[in-house]
Design a protein around this ligand. Sequence first.
Ligand SMILES: Cc1cc2nc3c(=O)[nH]c(=O)nc-3n(C[C@H](O)[C@H](O)[C@H](O)COP(=O)(O)O)c2cc1C
Length: 192
Amino acid sequence: MSAILILFSTVDGHTLTICERIRRIAEQAGHNVTLASIEDTTGIDLPSFDRIVIGASIRYGKHRPAVFKFIEANLQLLESRPNAFFTVNIVARKPEKNRPETNPYLRNFLRQTPWKPQRLDVFAGRLDYPRYGPLDRLMIRFIMLITKGPTAPDTVIEFTDWQRVDDFARAIAGTEEGNAPDAAPPVSSVDI
Ligand SMILES: Cc1cc2nc3c(=O)[nH]c(=O)nc-3n(C[C@H](O)[C@H](O)[C@H](O)COP(=O)(O)O)c2cc1C
């Protein structure tokens, strides 16, 4: 049994939903899981965790500053544990952009931080026009128009491949054959 910390960075909650699914699978595998916002980790005893996972969504091309701030402040600790990172974005709905090697935001992330996560993944996010404010809705519809995505203002679509989330979760939990987090492939295989 390991103590696993999952930190999330979300605006509309979809990354949290993904993290909750990962938590459920890790708990079913017998681990003790703590889920927390990366914006506020006060009161969390970071060194007490055996594995650390960070998940963060993209908004207007960027992960939020709190993600980089946390990594910078805790790099040594992160690197001393089996660790993983995943990003959530809409571009990843496209098969040719939904892998760590091909997703532009993940590639950018790896350029922006000294951390080399042992395990990486990319999950397609959720589109929920009715939930957005008028300006965001307009902007995202425009981006969808030029990238050939759905533009109807009542569209709500979850592009997330939950099977892939489950595979990632099982790898974190160490229940995937030959794929315990400690045995994760080195990140050098990612072309950055
Ligand atoms: C205002 C806004 C801006 C976004 N910008 C991008 C973007 O630049 N690229 C992208 O691939 N997805 C973008 N998305 C899609 C989000 O990454 C996607 O909805 C994701 O599921 C959000 O996760 P969250 O709910 O955890 O924040 C944007 C969404 C919104 C609402």
